[in-house]
Design a binder for this molecule. Sequence first.
Ligand SMILES: C[S@@+](CC[C@H](N)C(=O)[O-])C[C@H]1O[C@@H](n2cnc3c(N)ncnc32)[C@H](O)[C@@H]1O
Length: 593
Amino acid sequence: MAAREHKAFPIVVRDLEVLDAFDVTPRTRRVVLTGAQLGAFENGGHRIAPFRTENADDHVKLIVPGAGVVPPVQEDGHLDWPPGTIERARDYTPRRYDPDARRLELDFVRHAGGPAAEWAGRARPGDRVLVAGPRGTTVLPAGIDWYFLAGDETALPAIARRIEELPAGTPVTAVVSVASAGEEQTFDHRADLDLTWVHRDTAGPGALMDAVRAAPWRTGQVYAWAAGEAGMLRPIRRWLEQDRRVPAGRTDIAGYWRAGRAQHETSQEMDRLRHAASLAVPYAIRAAVTLDLAEHVTDGRTTVPDLAAAAGARPRGIRKILAVLAHQGYFTLGADDVVALTPAGTFLLEEQVHGRLDHRNGYARLDDSWPGLLHAARTGESGFEHAAGHSFWAELAGDERLGRTFDGDLARWSGTWSPDLVKALALTGEHLVDVGGGTGTFLAHVLAEAPGVRATLVELPTTAERARAHLAERGLADRVAIAAQSFFEELPAGRDLYLLAQVLHDWPDEEAVAILTRVAEAARGRRVVVLERVATPADEAGTAAFDLQMYTVFGSGERDRDEFAALGERAGLRLESATRIHANLHAIEFRTA
Ligand SMILES: C[S@@+](CC[C@H](N)C(=O)[O-])C[C@H]1O[C@@H](n2cnc3c(N)ncnc32)[C@H](O)[C@@H]1O
């Protein structure tokens, strides 16, 4: 089934005159426009073709007159909109166009705060207004046997025009929602029309969909068209797709407006959404950081070819990255390919930025999980594994720099909270087991502050070796045993305290329970302390984003207190207390149940 086809017209602006303005219904005002510029004319040296509108739902942009509105400049086939003018433009369907009489009719629905409708309410014969477009038209699919039309007052010009322009006897089912019975209109048509009006002032909330479902569904190939308030259209779209199984190429559904929002607010919101969803900037920043572009500029390479050579990359690629980052204010990029770093761009030189965003570093690889978010959300499995084909830990183990830099980041972070944890645990002469202890930063703190304490560090072999070296460097080798093993295996038993610092949030529930079960078996009634962020519904944006990232990387994410209690219960551990240690890191203490 072919999709709908769109035919583009050169975009032009015409200066027109109000011929007449009158109320069609209490809420709908018709403005009739005329003028020589509905025919062919010249503007700024460009030949402008006569006005044409070929399909019932074409639209023009009416530029609402007002103080300080600067007309768009006619270019060859397009318009150059001065700042602020496009915000004054509103879309209207030509209700009727008579090329011989040069009469263009537009219908305006009155609504509070609508500048175009207010203008239409005041419009008098002789007033002038600029009208741009139509910028194109939809070509209907071939082989339409009948039409299904639905909408509200804003869709009525297109619905009315379609009904009036169809050949005699064409089957049409139409359902139109209007404010009240007084808003009904009559059409001059020859179609085989079944029309239902829904009056919102007396009908219940589901009345429009009831009417849509009850309206006759004709036989043969349908063309289904609906327009109006966006929220109102959603159930119609679902009904057409799922209940009536109308193929996409046979439907055209357009949200003309959104309840509670002016048109320019809607376009601002849409822009905001497009901006928020664009991956270009985050990826361009990461590429620039990974290619050391800021460093190369600082080193005196100030043209695109020089930068590309220094970065071992292609000049075209570098230019395009820099073009995006110049719009973000990190670089300047001249027409002569000269590049400079802005004050904001100097932050790209920071070590911390490289730690987070440089793809050569372990922490930055967490971001490779994002393409797997959908998979993680659907299955609860690791999005990282889905995207990369192996686990995050396997990724780190495969490259010395990745592992080293990741460990370094963790060590810096654990350096900020480990003194608080040492205090909270009130250790004196115990033997503690640090399960998944990383490179031993935390242990080094504990052992330094509590001279009577001894420890066992459980880690995967590669990290365990780094931990061994790290602890030896600090003269602590004789107080720590290294168990180079997985925490899914049997753990050293009968020690005084088992600590799992930021381990469980790397694992989905099944694995987390398996780890805790190993811990419970080894602890045999001794203390078990889990150090984790405890999620709350009030988590701020950054925490929520990190939580989502952990969920995507590992299929786990942060847990709330009840979820920790439930994990513990499955492993034979009872949650005793959760004490805040640092920011929202908590020491969660369990006992064998
Ligand atoms: C987020 S880090 C936490 C490290 C340390 N506890 C801290 O708080 O800084 C998780 C650690 O779990 C280790 N790990 C992952 N899988 C493991 C396994 N199967 N057995 C033992 N350790 C593992 C990783 O090597 C990593 O050092």
